[in-house]
Write a protein that binds this ligand. Structure first.
Ligand code: LAC
Length: 189
């Protein structure tokens, strides 16, 4: 197989979503870890429920609602300022330490992100981390109004990059995402 494009998941694959724990811990000492875990689980659950119900709302709304859920279920009161400070971290997530070098080593291929993130969230994140200089495209499922692992979401890669699934390698650290991409017909790492 000739791989002409390598496409990455964003949250948890290139970007360390656990890096929000520093901010949640600062806002709620002793609870940073558990907030971060419940937040992520609920965030994913909301994407799948909304996709199944065909009640799409973008990932920024989903991320807000799931953070509100996590705080509520833990009985934590949060003022607007603290809530926005936590949310803002999603636009400034840390790249995993080896991500930039790995991308640089693949520069002879087309490189892109395919993420459930909204276009605005992803563009800010990519710019703030400097990946805009390396990536050929940042693709948001927002164009199809359905979240991964729906096939319609993965089909965006060929529409945007013009490379067929058989010549594309999709990279994700999220098992459900790797399975979804494989089921759609992409090569997967
Ligand atoms: C992404 C998340 C859901 O699509 O991992 O980037």
């Amino acid at each position: 197989v000739t791989i002409k494009a390598v496409v990455f998941d964003a949250y948890g694959t290139l970007y360390d979503i656990k890096s929000v724990a520093a901010v949640t811990e600062q806002a709620f000492p002793g609870h940073g870890e558990i907030i971060t875990q419940i937040w992520r689980i609920k965030q994913l659950e909301y994407t799948w429920l909304r996709s199944l119900m065909r009640r799409y709302q973008d990932f920024s709304d989903i991320t807000r609602e799931s953070l509100a859920y996590a705080l509520r279920v833990l009985g934590l009161e949060c003022d607007d300022g603290a809530f926005e400070r936590i949310m803002d971290k999603y636009l400034h997530l840390d790249l995993y330490p080896d991500a930039a070098a790995a991308l640089a080593g693949l520069r002879d291929r087309k490189l892109a992100i395919l993420s459930n993130g909204s276009t605005a969230m992803l563009n800010a994140l990519v710019r703030n981390s400097g990946l805009d200089r390396v990536l050929d495209a940042t693709i948001s499922v927002d164009a199809r109004k359905i979240f991964k692992p729906a096939p319609e979401a993965y089909s965006l890669v060929e529409s945007v990059l013009g490379v067929p699934p058989t010549e594309t390698l999709f990279v994700s650290s999220n098992p459900w995402d790797a399975c979804g991409a494989k089921a759609f017909g992409l090569n997967v790492a």
